[in-house]
Write a protein that binds this ligand. Sequence first.
Ligand code: TYM
Length: 341
Amino acid sequence: MSKPVILTGLRANNQLHLGNYLGALLPIVKLQKQYAGQYQINLFVPDLHSFTTPIDHSKLYEQSLNNIRLFIAAGLDIKDQDTYIYRQSFVPAHSELTVILNSFTYMGELSRMTQFKEKGSGQSSVSVGLFDYPVLMAADILLYGAKYVPVGADQTQHVELARDIAIRFNNKFGDIFVLPEAEKQQIEFAHSTNRLRIKDLQDPSKKMSKSAGSDKGIIFLGDDPEVARKKILSATTDSFGEIAYDHETRPGISNLMDILSALSGTPLADVQQKYQGLSQYGEFKKDVADAVVNFLKDFNNKLQAVDDQLCLDKISQSEKEVNQLANQTLAKAQKAVGLRQ
Ligand code: TYM
């Protein structure tokens, strides 16, 4: 019997940052280790998804490959037989299933997606690609029957939409798709209390995101470690004069605690206990900065050591295999809607 699937994807249209690393890359690497032999892991670059907002197309191909190097630098075991690493556009079934699912998804649902509202707001024109991308994402997930989809908090709504579309389709046509687990089970599976949302260091009311006006609040994975140190040391905190963890009233300090906990692998409760009530914000920030600097140095060493040929071989092998897997599900959906007999 085939193994249950854990799947995630990271777009290639910008430099990845600490939010991407902690929200998606690190969780899937941990899950791969934790559940070795029990689950199939699908890690892919949603390259078609990467130009739903304008990009420099001359860099897309290379950036897609570079994203895959990042997975490996983050600790993914490339030799694991149950792990597939691939690019979305190299598996045409993703696009085909999207067209089918479009007719079972409502304009109202897509208009309510927070990401669409945020990315589309203030733009003079918004592409249909941006509007429709949650359906492409549903196809990414449903083609492989993925049960678990480790993503950051900003993508939860899309995973839930994939589940809703699958339920609707199955209600009409029978058991075609495996359902992704509901949010509560997803969180339990990852042994966490919630999905992670790393905030902008300068404006901790917003998530860390490349679309922020300035780079000062973002730690890029390619940042010079000393530049990153300065960004942490000048992060916005608060003027309470006493360290405490509370995202409502102290988003800046709480964000730094989240970062320290995730990078050092120390449970959040222990980080809280260590610093709670202290008045030395500077000391605390220095500890966070050290953790970030150490992480970046280590990560970049690992990135330099990635064996490109091994990486390319893995991708081409995976792309062969996942095309077969994806086509099996696509064929079921095509049959269900009457396109095939
Ligand atoms: P993308 O490329 O914007 O982000 C990649 C992953 O990084 C997470 N992330 C964050 N996590 C915590 N804090 C942050 N500040 C932060 N910023 C980003 C995202 O939640 C995501 O997990 N639609 C997806 C890509 C995608 C996908 C999929 C993911 C396409 N198809 C199928 C899973 C399954 C996206 O645009 O993520």
